[in-house]
Design a protein around this ligand. Structure first.
Ligand code: AMP
Ligand code: MN
Ligand code: MN
Ligand code: MN
Length: 288
């Protein structure tokens, strides 16, 4: 059976550990037919990924994963098929990266007080130098022996109520969706099971997302259980959203999430990619 597209992955342009070229080559080797690079709040990896995809004969969907603050919590919205040159999207993301930079320094100050000196410098050295995320702090603190693994560091230091936590002040939901649409892309709610929302809140999120012009729900995700695929497949059907699938691969250090292993979408979902091939031929036909 044909493999599933993978529409959610990260590179060293944000908190992944493979360069965009290495990521694309690994996806091609794993016979992923269509790959979206969706780094956090940046489009910086897309040009390199596109060159590698052309060389490898793989279809690359230019994407992004936008950090959003909705109802006092952080939600991730994927933009798929965006124009990397679009000024509206680039300006919006630049503001988020400015917050990220301030936050990184603030996390560093807080960890310093908690007894971990030079954490900002340490995290920065593990990043590409321009986009520093909590994952870089987590990897740094693992090298300091503060916990056994990244997961343990998040739990002890980087989540609400812990010494290195800084409250997110990300994009508004409607703004993120509008930037994506301005850039010609489609907006997808990433890993919806991860937010711990009640059914009422989830339906409110979906309602506001659709009203803003959002179109998809990530049904199959590396961070969803099998049961959750079916729960969110049903939400997608009932709420009239297209279904997406993505590993959320960040690198080979997470052996439980590998490229090329995504299961098919549950029956009855409309895949977000179902009309992409057709759509991409339309402008050519119109021009002819
Ligand atoms: P940031 O956008 O910098 O706040 O970091 C969010 C990223 O941290 C996510 O995309 C994941 O890669 C990672 N992350 C969040 N929570 C955890 C966790 N509990 N364990 C491991 N990684 C996590
Ligand atoms: Mn991440
Ligand atoms: Mn995410
Ligand atoms: Mn992600």
């Amino acid at each position: 059976m044909a493999k599933s597209p993978d529409l959610h992955t990260h590179s060293t342009a944000s908190d992944g550990t493979l360069t965009p070229e290495q990521l694309v080559q690994r996806a091609a080797a794993a016979e992923v037919p269509m790959l979206a690079l969706t780094d956090h709040d940046t489009l910086a990896g897309l040009a390199e990924a596109q060159r590698a995809a052309t060389a490898a004969g793989l279809t690359l969907i230019p994407g992004v994963e936008i950090s959003v603050t909705w109802n006092h919590q952080t939600i991730h919205i994927l933009g798929l098929g965006v124009d990397p040159q679009n000024p509206t999207l680039n300006t919006g993301l630049a503001d988020l990266r400015a917050f990220r930079q301030w936050r990184a320094q603030e996390i560093g100050r807080r960890l310093d007080k908690a007894g971990y000196a030079q954490a900002y410098e340490g995290a920065k050295a593990l990043s590409n130098g321009t986009l520093i995320g909590r994952t870089h702090f987590a990897r740094f603190l693992v090298t300091r022996g503060a916990a056994e693994d990244v997961r343990g560091i998040f739990k002890r230091f980087l989540v609400k109520g812990k010494p290195g936590h800084v409250r997110g002040q990300w994009a508004e939901l409607g703004a993120a969706v509008s930037w994506i649409r301005a850039a010609g892309g489609q907006a997808v709610i990433a890993h919806p099971a991860r937010y711990g929302l009640t059914r009422t809140k989830l339906l409110r999120l979906i309602g506001e997302f659709k009203a803003a012009g959002g179109s998809g729900l990530e049904v199959v995700s590396g961070s969803h259980s099998r049961d959750e695929y079916f729960v969110f497949a049903r939400h997608a059907r009932e709420q009239g959203l297209l279904a997406s699938a993505g590993s959320d691969f960040h690198g080979p250090e997470q052996p439980w999430i590998e490229l090329g292993r995504l299961p098919a979408l549950p029956e009855g979902c409309i895949p977000i990619w179902s009309d992409w091939l057709q759509a991409s031929t339309l402008p050519t036909e119109a021009a002819a």
